[in-house]
Design a protein around this ligand. Structure first.
Ligand SMILES: [Zn+2]
Length: 381
């Protein structure tokens, strides 16, 4: 594994690696981009490059100083992927699994210890991943205080001490606490802030970091990547995954199409029932299968996401931009739906999806709020 495994955004990657080669890497880095764009993958690749023990080639400068470092085939700093540092940092790559382990470990503690235990993922002594803390899914001030203390220690087994905030949603107090480390970082300290929307970070945090954005990739680029990564899928499946990904490779790879198509089938029943609006027996048959609890919530979330994606497609058709349609495999069905509604109806429907979502947060009975969504839409059309 190396940087050649990172897909797209070549210019940003090159700039970051060049800064490493000149030993001018910033202490605070904001990596922005949509979910699944590769922000976390990139941060861990950079962390490995900073600390790779591979010795294929040394970074010798004209000054005669010989610095440790691994150089890739393209002449820029890279990582070997197999040395002890690379391997251990790489173990953090499956963030969902590491996160679940960390949460579970904390759940096993006594109540008093639980409150004091900050959620962290650490597979290497010098590289710390700080995920948002549930249930609020925000970075809390105690997590940042831990970073502020840890960054004072020199690296034990690496050259740089790296901190990765995997989703930079900070509680206000936490963001303020972070300023301390961003203002006076030790020479070996690097802090990554990953975010979908850098505008949500405090201006004082942003001004102390260098910002880089990973852009969405073109649909055909993702499709041709999927041909190599998912050779078992059909052309239709790859096209759908590429379009649903919104230009984010990670999302294209992780989309469970079977699950999506099932949710979309239900979404179509709900919308059809709302559009036609006389016989609701199909609607009730569907909504009955949506229950409460964690599992029910997941299923309902997927349904609502599918409704959104159908509404967007109908909107694209109505506004004369059919090239933006994502659910290309059900074009005929979409066309007939778009023909039966207007822009206002779609806007209202999108708002009502939002209401169902906030209703779910208040723990209303799910099937009921779904019925209300579809029945409520009748009256608009
Ligand atoms: Zn290595």
């Amino acid at each position: 594994m190396s940087f050649s495994d990172f897909h797209g955004n070549n210019e940003v990657i090159r700039r970051l690696r060049e800064m490493l080669s000149r030993d001018r890497f910033p202490h605070g880095v904001i990596l922005a981009g949509p979910q699944g764009a590769g922000k976390y993958t990139l941060a861990l690749m950079l962390a490995r490059t900073m600390n790779c023990l591979g010795t294929r080639q040394s970074r010798g400068g004209t000054t005669g100083q010989s610095e440790e470092g691994y150089i890739g085939a393209d002449g820029l700093p890279d990582f070997c992927g197999i040395c002890d540092n690379c391997r251990r940092i790489g173990e953090s790559q499956d963030l969902d699994a590491r996160f679940a382990e960390a949460v579970e470990a904390r759940e096993g503690l006594r109540e008093t210890d639980k409150r004091e235990t900050r959620l962290m993922v650490q597979t290497h002594p010098d590289v710390l991943v700080i995920p948002p803390d549930p249930p609020q899914m925000m970075i809390k001030v105690d997590q940042v205080r831990h970073v502020n203390a840890a960054i004072r220690y020199k690296p034990a087994a690496a050259r740089k001490r790296v901190f990765v905030f995997s989703d930079a949603a900070f509680m206000k107090e936490a963001a303020n606490a972070l300023l301390k480390s961003l203002e006076e970082p030790p020479e070996y300290g690097v802090i990554f802030l990953l975010t979908r929307n850098p505008g949500e970070l405090l201006p004082t945090v942003r001004s102390r970091c260098a910002g880089f954005t990973l852009d969405a990739l073109p649909v055909d680029e993702i499709e041709s990547y999927l041909i190599r990564a998912r050779p078992d899928g059909t052309v239709e499946q790859r096209r759908l995954a590429a379009r649903l990904s919104g230009g984010a490779l990670g999302r294209a790879l992780s989309i469970d199409l079977e699950q999506y198509v099932a949710a979309r089938k239900d979404a179509l029943v709900l919308l059809r029932s709302a559009v036609i609006g006389n016989d609701h027996s199909d609607l009730f048959r569907v909504t009955e299968t949506y229950r409460g609890g964690v599992e029910g919530k997941e299923k309902t979330d997927k349904l609502l996401a599918a409704i959104y994606s159908l509404l967007r497609d109908a909107m694209a058709l109505i506004s004369g931009t059919p090239e933006l349609v994502r659910n290309t495999d059900i074009a005929a069905e979409l066309k007939s739906m778009a023909g039966a509604v207007d822009f206002n109806w779609l806007a209202q429907a999108a708002r009502q999806v939002g209401q169902v979502q906030s209703g779910m947060r208040r723990n209303l009975l799910r099937p009921l709020s779904l019925d209300a969504f579809s029945l409520g839409l009748d009256k608009i059309g």
